[in-house]
Design a protein around this ligand. Structure first.
Ligand code: CUA
Length: 305
């Protein structure tokens, strides 16, 4: 989450503006404090001096100078800032990967409409290619923020915002909802994986394929009987709910419950047994699963790679 280390055109653009503001602040601080110290030392009462020194009023040249100089400093900061705001939300100019990101309470739905991929909480993007993220919400206001890749931008009901960026370094980047959105705002995390173009295509192929399971699998039967199908989709099975995250390839994600728990058997079990205990206010209720059912469903979900 280090904002001082950019790995995309947008993150580096922000750093550039940040550097301008910082250096002007440093220069002005030194200048003002330096002048202050100089005046205090130079005009302090010395020896036997008494009364007020000579009083001076007005100096047109000085006043014009200290009006014009700040205007130039502010323009030097404002012009790139405004240009950058427009650039970062402009539509992609070339063949871009489009991602529709929707803020939920409390997780992120990521959809790639042109690639036929639906996933949650883990976004994959190819290195060096433009990515246009369209931000939406069907509930309260959230904000998508992955500091090393792009700035905070709000996800507002009834409006599509946009972030267009180009990742410059392979790796995994942490993200977080950046607009207070309710009980589990602080637990609304996500990850962005910057892959090589080949790895990205492999990921797309894997995500597009139906789940590696069948409706007869004992895991699916338990999942179905517990009522999970009302809210979740598992591609290739009758489960087609849309309230919760798509679980078709949940086992392939590095984390569960929107980035707060590593994907493993213990955590999956813990989550299924009592979701609101893990994530306060969770829309996923405590289904009062028996330990055995929770185990069966948990093991089965982890096989959905
Ligand atoms: Cu979503 Cu804060």
């Amino acid at each position: 989450m280090n904002t001082l280390e950019g790995h995309s055109d947008i993150a580096n653009g922000i750093l550039d503006i940040y550097a301008r503001i910082t250096w002007w602040s440093v220069i002005l601080f030194i200048l003002v404090q330096g002048l202050l110290i100089y005046v205090v030392m130079r005009y302090r009462v010395k020896g036997t001096e008494q009364g007020n020194p000579e009083q001076v009023h007005g100096n047109t040249r000085l006043e014009v100078a200290w009006t014009i100089v700040p205007v130039f400093i502010l323009l030097h900061i404002a012009i790139p800032t405004v240009a950058f705001v427009f650039k970062s939300q402009a539509p992609a100019v070339e063949d871009a990967v489009i991602v529709q990101a929707t803020g939920k309470q409390w997780w992120f739905h990521f959809e790639y409409p042109e690639l036929g991929v639906v996933t949650a909480n883990e976004m994959h993007v190819p290195l060096g290619q433009q990515v246009e993220v369209r931000l939406a919400s069907d509930n309260v206001i959230h904000s998508l923020w992955a500091p090393q890749l792009f700035a905070k931008r709000d996800m507002i009901p009834g409006r599509i915002n946009r972030i267009t960026f180009r990742a410059e370094k392979l790796g995994m980047y942490l993200g977080q909802c950046a607009e207070y959105c309710g009980d589990s705002h602080a637990l609304m995390k996500f990850r962005v994986f910057v892959d090589t173009p080949e790895d990205f295509l492999k990921w797309v192929d894997a995500q597009k394929s139906p789940a590696v399971t069948t409706a007869e699998d004992p895991g699916f039967v338990a999942f179905s009987q517990a009522g999970c199908v009302a809210c979740h989709t598992v591609g290739g099975t009758p489960a087609a709910g849309t309230q919760g995250p798509d679980l078709t390839h949940v086992g392939s994600r590095t984390r569960i419950a929107s980035g707060i728990l590593d994907t493993n058997a213990d955590n999956m079990h813990r989550w299924l047994v009592d979701p609101p205990a893990v994530k306060p206010g969770s829309k996923m209720p405590n289904l009062n699963l028996t330990a055995e059912n929770a185990q069966t469903i948990s093991n089965w979900l982890l096989t959905l790679k």
